[in-house]
Design a binder for this molecule. Sequence first.
Ligand code: GLN
Length: 533
Amino acid sequence: MTKYIFITGGVVSSLGKGIIAASLGKLLRARGFSVINQKFDPYINVDPGTMSPFQHGEVFVTDDGAETDLDLGHYERFTDTNLGKLNNVTSGSVYQRVIDKERRGDYLGGTVQVIPHITNEIKARIVGATKQFKPDFQLIEIGGTIGDIESLPFIEAIRQFKAEVGIGNAVSVHCTLLPYLPTSGELKTKPSQHSVTVLRSYGIQPEILVCRTTRAIPKTEKEKLALFCSVPKDAVIECRDMKSIYEVPLALEEQGMADVILNMLRVDSEKPNLEAWEKLVDKIKNPAKAIRVAIAGKYTKLSDAYISVVESLKHAGYANDAAIEIKWINSEECVDPNRCAELMKDVHAVVVPGGFGIRGIEGKLNVIRYSRERNVPFLGICLGMQCAVIEYARNVVGLKGANSAEFDENAPYPVIDLMLEQKNVQAYGGTMRLGAYDCILKEGSVAAKAYGQEKISERHRHRYEVNNEYLKQIADAGLVFSGMSPDGMLAEVVELPQNDWFVAAQFHPEFKSRPDKPHPLFKGLIDAAVKRI
Ligand code: GLN
């Protein structure tokens, strides 16, 4: 039978609940259990696909084409488990389903209410994921902070669910913050106590407290928290700020967090096998060299907007014993080629990541031209690949004014155009080419060598594609189309084999990289970058 672990947050947002949920998942996986994580987001959007990265950070895409919260990226990376549509639940999707049922007449005669209809639908989402994955453990993180109005239906659903599955089958982990007051030199526990009081007023007594803090929690304060929050002393877990998020599972393990939970859930377990992870963390903490990688995009003020790209670069760094220093380049600043050259001059590699809309495009084209001409290792992702094609068409093929139809509907040479099946799409939500599709790599190409195979599957999220009318002309001028969809209709990878590393993909490799298994395209980029230091 599946055991359930609910994770809530109190005091402030941005506590890193996602990392804590992912780390706990890792500790259970290390004991040989199967684990899935779920994220419940209380906003009304059906999914984050239509939200600006400034609002919500990156949109993470699963194999089955769900546009999800970035925490799913952490879950997949820590637990090495592929998740899907059922793993991210929003208020919007819950209400949508209930309202659809109401219109269909499923509740004829009834008044549709938050309790029981919305809460039942939330519980159905928990059970739905259990049925599909049949995991030993299901970890469910509730977005937002305890006390928010909008998360109440989720909290109420958990209260009911815990009572229904009974003691020993579900526990709640509550994450809080212990602020440090420099004037009194103390870590304060009162906000955490209050947060637990609020949680209790909703009918949930947490079994475990995870306290985020910048310094060690004195024993006396731990005891105080245990006493006032009614949790066992060994269930007050300290979670300090750490240099790398991948250290968190080890810090939690040291305090016996997983064993405390397993005891509460009456599950016997083997000793965890964390040897490989410990080695990885050791590598992370003691890099032999440093690589400066530029990310040239338009959401550079919020690094969460590119979190999977950043993590993937780090993973490739670990494999090279290299620390990755990200140099954020606002592509709008690169519209002037001289400024672009100045910004690019000290970087060992550059990534032009995905994106939407015209802002910053001319700057990205300059960044790509610079890396192509100066042989700076370059990786283009989605929009970055489209820009690489535009840049080549303009500056090498000689198609002046070449562009994507996304930015200029009247471009003289629309080398990037809407995909055929996108031409009649009216609504924006969930209608892109989404999720895993196969791609065939050209024998002997840089990409095929990096992957070590010719048939690959990667995750997508785009509406536009290389316009096949120009494919031959661009290829004849030297840009190699080294990856195509199996029917040969969609360009998936382009490369310049004469450069040390110039590869761009229409798909998003960053969604499949794992800390101990760097993605081949990121690995190729950093391998090439290392040679330049
Ligand atoms: N805007 C481009 C498209 O829709 C690229 C999308 C992306 O980078 N994810 O095709």
